[in-house]
Design a protein around this ligand. Structure first.
Ligand code: BGC
Length: 744
């Protein structure tokens, strides 16, 4: 009865948080609860189901303590009803933890994570996740399956959209910021949601960019490239972690004790819980790793998967496995402890319900404003031949399928954001930018459209305008999970449309909204300016208009290399040098003399047709102003292992507009016990500068920043010479060297 009254009070006083409990109190509550639990109830905590409808079976399972978590349920009334069954009708009153994929916003949709990464701004990413947490928690969602910190070096992989791109350092910083945003200062706060860093590990290296495919990441690569962002997210406090679908070198992640126990628990001291990916436990049968459901349950439990997402092998087979002595009850207790720890830390026992009484915060004006800021900071100016910013007196032709694509502009992984709330560029022209003269003629209805019928109408509109703004890109369905592509050119007749518009002789601004870096080499000659947006979310329209009209100076930088041709993939800035790197100038296909002798081209590493360089390098992004770097200065030419090196550089705004530059610091370890990349990002700083203004900024580097996993898989900074470069992108040209000394 007492319990009922408490719950009643909390149902109607949902934002009243109890004081945070100490870790010691939490551990003792866990042990007390565990000692009262039957084996069936323990296994119940390890079971996560996807909500479909309120069936009698589901209610009875919750009542009998057979469900620990539900995902994909978003109606607050239903959440509260089911939660009430767990709290008041189950024997021990353990709350359900309600999960949802809130990847880049719940209702207010922010740019896709790849776009947010282009901001190079952890604070912005943190704020976006905070908005998502506030909106989610109001509906009763406690837990999101984000951030995804899979290093993605292959744009064919549709899930590159959900990633922070190709760089380990940037991904780690932004992943940690996202965790902090979701979880706030205190996981027990009623506006916090638990983060779930995913997919552990190596999923982004899917062979050929084909989703779910096997990976072959060596132990050194795993340690140096793929694992560090997970560690950063966990150090930032991520409450949970999700396994991945791929098998790495033959071992599916949900059955990999080396990753889940040796590294995650023993080395990193992670004490939250591990959830499998969707059915990835039972899929170990399909992989050919488990012989049946029972074997899969055994392998996943032994590996350290605490909660099974949807495939129910735990519920079905763990009792039998324990009876047969194949799994110990202690292993089950350990998993349940991990799950209960998160539920206690979140204060779910005291505050399990959705807040159905406070005024709605969904799409709150300040949320929309933050989403707009994120869209502004995420756009990358790739080309500008004196057309941008536009002049407000110009009559513009608004062309292309993405000018008004309220659904597609939101991007992948949007289950809850409504397209009715999207503000497209066309909408912005009808409202905030109502004073601009424009004519709208999309020419194509959607990105894959192959119907040429309306192209000439768009051409006519362009002819009558001063400038054409052509909005092209990808529908949201073309990126995201299971949406891999083998060609990354603009789909349908989009390139043809652009060409026709350029043929009018009018200046052409190309605005792209896409889920990945597309191969736009063939389109560049037909655009005088290119503004690239990874699907920018709810407020993409007004943000793009502010950028086009110079109310906001573009400042985004590419978080991923743009290739010229799909065949260049994987091409990433931090590759190894090889024994035969290509020289500055290489001989390309059309320059090869007839019957050239076998070795006359020089035997180096590049493609005869697409050369050695990308279309745009990692870190690239223009501005309406220009910046100059000078005065690179180190605090010392050599440092000891315990020292900190300070690097100073001056950045000057040499143009005539206020602008923001992201200065980037790269380091190359010239000789290593394993070959080190040609450069690695080690720091970045955002600098705001008035025209003519200059600022001296500084970075620091310690031996810890230079450390890596070498030949015997131990992590240390190896003494020797380092090449350091600073600049506006990964081609950073200001360079100097320093030495790291042996230990004294
Ligand atoms: C995805 C995860 C996601 C889960 C739950 C899976 O298919 O790989 O990233 O969190 O579904 O929806």
């Amino acid at each position: 009865m007492k319990k009922k009254i408490l719950c009643y009070i909390f149902l109607f006083l949902p934002v009243c948080a109890l004081p945070a409990k100490t870790e010691k109190e939490i551990e003792s509550r866990i042990e007390n609860l565990l000692s009262e639990m039957t084996l069936e109830e323990k296994i119940g905590q390890m079971n996560q189901l996807s909500y479909e409808y309120e069936s009698a079976e589901l209610l009875s399972d919750i009542r009998n303590g057979k469900v620990g978590s539900l995902l994909n349920i978003t109606d607050p009334e239903t959440i509260n009803r089911l939660q009430k069954v767990a709290m008041e009708e189950s024997r021990l009153g353990i709350p359900l933890i309600i999960g949802r994929d809130v990847i880049h916003g719940l209702k207010t949709i922010f740019p896709i994570p790849l776009g947010q990464a282009a901001s190079f701004d952890p604070e912005l990413v943190r704020q976006g996740a905070r908005v998502a947490a506030v909106e989610s928690r109001q509906l009763g969602i406690h837990w999101t399956f984000a951030p995804m910190v899979d290093i993605s070096r292959d744009a064919r992989w549709g899930r590159i959209a959900e990633s922070f791109g190709e760089d380990t350092y940037l991904t780690g910083i932004l992943g940690a910021a996202m965790v902090q945003g979701f979880q706030g200062d205190d996981l027990s706060s009623p506006t916090s949601i638990a983060a779930c860093v995913k997919h552990f590990a190596g999923y982004g290296a899917a062979e050929g960019g084909r989703d779910y495919n096997s990976t072959y990441i060596s132990p050194v690569q795993m340690r140096n490239v793929y694992l560090p962002p997970f560690r950063k997210a966990i150090e930032a406090g991520a409450a949970t972690i999700m396994t991945s679908f791929n098998d790495n070198d033959g071992i599916p992640a949900s059955g990999n004790p080396y990753l889940l126990k040796d590294i995650l628990r023993k080395e990193w001291n992670f004490d939250g819980f591990v959830v499998s990916d969707w059915a990835s436990v039972s899929e170990m049968i399909v992989h050919g790793y488990a012989k049946d459901g029972k074997d899969a349950a055994r392998l996943a439990t032994e590996a350290g998967v605490d909660m099974e997402m949807v495939s129910r092998t735990y519920t079905h087979f763990l009792p039998e496995l324990i009876k047969e002595g194949k799994i110990t009850e202690e292993a089950i207790d350990q998993a349940v402890r991990n799950i209960l720890r998160v539920k206690f830390r979140m204060n779910l026992f005291e505050h399990p319900y959705a807040d159905t009484h406070s005024p709605s915060l969904l799409y709150a004006p300040e949320h929309l404003e933050k989403a707009k800021q994120a869209a502004l900071a995420s756009a990358i100016l790739l080309k500008n031949e004196d057309v941008l910013p536009l002049n407000e007196s110009q009559h513009i032709a608004v062309i292309g399928p993405m000018a008004h694509a309220p659904h597609d502009q939101l991007g992948t992984w949007v289950f809850d954001g409504e397209k009715a709330r999207t503000v497209t560029p066309l909408n912005a022209l009808q409202t905030t930018y109502g004073h601009i003269r424009y004519t709208y003629e999309p020419g194509l209805a959607y990105s894959r459209d192959k119907n040429p019928e309306n192209i000439q109408k768009a051409v006519q509109v362009a002819r009558n305008a001063d400038v054409a703004v052509v909005f092209l890109g990808e529908e949201s369905i073309l990126s995201g999970e299971a949406h891999s592509l083998s060609t990354l050119d603009l789909q349908g007749l989009q390139s043809e449309l652009l060409k026709e518009i350029k043929n009018t002789g009018k200046p052409v601004v190309l605005v792209i909204m896409a889920g990945r870096p597309l191969t736009i080499q063939r389109d560049l000659p037909y655009a005088d300016a290119v503004l690239y947006n990874f699907h920018p979310g709810t407020m993409g329209g007004p943000a793009i208009l502010d950028l086009l009209y110079g109310k906001y100076n573009p400042s985004g930088k590419l978080p991923v290399t743009f290739v010229k041709e799909t065949g260049q993939i994987p091409l990433y800035y931090n590759h190894n040098n090889t024994g035969r790197p290509a020289p500055e100038q290489v001989v390309l296909l059309d320059e090869i003399p007839l019957e050239a002798s076998q070795t006359s081209l020089g035997n180096t590493s590049f493609y005869l047709d697409s050369g050695k360089d990308p279309l745009f390098p990692f870190g690239f992004g223009l501005s309406y102003t220009t910046f100059e770097y000078s005065g690179l200065l180190l605090s010392a030419p050599e440092i000891r292992q315990q020292d900190t090196l300070t690097i100073q550089v001056t950045v000057k705004n040499t143009g005539d507009r206020y602008g923001t530059e992201t200065a980037q610091l790269y380091v190359r370890d010239l000789v290593g016990s394993v070959v080190r990349p040609v450069k690695e990002l080690k720091g970045f700083r955002k600098v705001n500068l008035q025209p003519g203004e200059e600022k001296t900024i500084s970075f620091t580097l310690s031996a810890e920043d230079l450390a890596f996993y070498g030949r015997n898989l131990t992590r240390k900074a190896e003494p020797g010479e380092f090449l350091l470069s600073v600049g506006r992108d990964s081609k950073a040209s200001l360079q100097t060297k320093f030495y790291l000394k042996e230990k004294d």
